[in-house]
Design a binder for this molecule. Sequence first.
Ligand SMILES: *Cc1c(COP(=O)(O)O)cnc(C)c1O
Length: 478
Amino acid sequence: MTSQQFRQYAHQLADWMADYLENIEQYPVKAQVQPGQILDQLPALPPTHAEDFEKILSDFSAIILPGITHWQHPSFFAYFPANSSYASVLAEMLTATLAAQCMLWDTSPAAAELEERMLDWLKLLTGLPQHLQGTLCDGASTATLSAILAAREKATGFSVNRHGFTCNSAVLRVYTSAEAHSSVEKAAKMAGIGQENVVKIAVDAQFRLQPQLLQEAIAEDINKNYTPLCVVATLGTTGCTAIDPLEEIANICNRFSVWLHVDAAYAGTALLLPEYRWMLKGMEQADSFVFNPHKWLFTNFDCSAFYVKDKDTLLKTFSILPEYLKTEHRNQVNNYSEWSPQLGRRFRALKLWFVLRNFGSQQLQEKIRHHINLAHSLSHQIKQHLLFEIAAPVTLNLVCFRLVPPWLQQQPDELNALNEQLLQRLNQSGKMYLSHTKLNGLYTLRMVIGQTYVSQKHVAAAWELIQTHAAALLSGNE
Ligand SMILES: *Cc1c(COP(=O)(O)O)cnc(C)c1O
């Protein structure tokens, strides 16, 4: 491709991108394809000869697009959103063009310094304690792994880093709620701590970790000669956005000198609203914190903000300095590859800068508040409906509900099957996309109202569709 052709296609693609986003509601939200359907259309062998860009583009439309789930569709209510925004997409275009690899300050000083400033801005916007220092990583899973590794090294005097686990190594224990994200267990596996040493603390009726039980579990482990290593508290669980009582948990961690990591991957965005800052009470005592602007803060995946209280422990856990990575300004600057498992790093701060400036904190707050209000008003409507129930408190903008016809109230298996069917039909309609979880063993539909472009109209249409499909299912004449 020549530079002239690049220019021409870039303009063409810019139009395609704008058209796509303007007309996104014409696509089925969830890809309506069968396993293997896309694979079968892709040649088994790579091309030997150069292919026309026109042809590549037309295959993109014909083969790839039908197999895409449209996460930026305003009727995407599944999982947690992975939002983008115009400003963010434009920044990604620049990032791709610069294609800088930002492992060291030297390999792009502006990337390192912008990252430092953006982490400070996020701290101010969310009300996080000023003493925290942060970096951008690919996701909350990496941040949680990093936190557990740093906790492990701090607790063992950096001996696992040096010697690995030995037969004399203590049994290290990690505590988290039964509703915590699976990334905690995954991190414990990867950190050599072992899945069996993740202690799941039972939750209360509102799905929050019970501090009393945490304290008992830690005391019991100490009696057994285990070493309590780390507690992972969640602000906004993935199942139903329960908010763990941070202050009580922090006091316990403090008492037993246990690392406290706070996973606010999704709900961290709500901290932009002063009325949600109560969630942070106790945060001054925490050792680390993660939240994902790439979920609800209109910034393209991947962009996860990871903060620590003690930067030196983190850097000592990760830094490794072969001759070829030694640089002149090492002691004056941040070399972010020393802050996490990744060496090579994308320039993630640029899109965050574009988003925070192009929206401004006021518009960000308005949008987030709007989403939360939409969720609360939907939950009132669901509550009033005789055939539905709300399955968990609506703490933010996730509504957990299920279809519970009175005559099936005592039959959990039938109820589970019914709700699973309802979910499938809604998603097959292409008009909306929901996901599910299980709460107290009951199949529960999750509807997150947080997509960048979602409005009252989309929520109302979704609620109509839910009622229609539920009625059809119950009358058997679908
Ligand atoms: C989404 C989520 C994660 C995982 O986030 P990734 O960035 O995909 O690794 C972890 N914890 C919670 C509470 C989440 O909601």
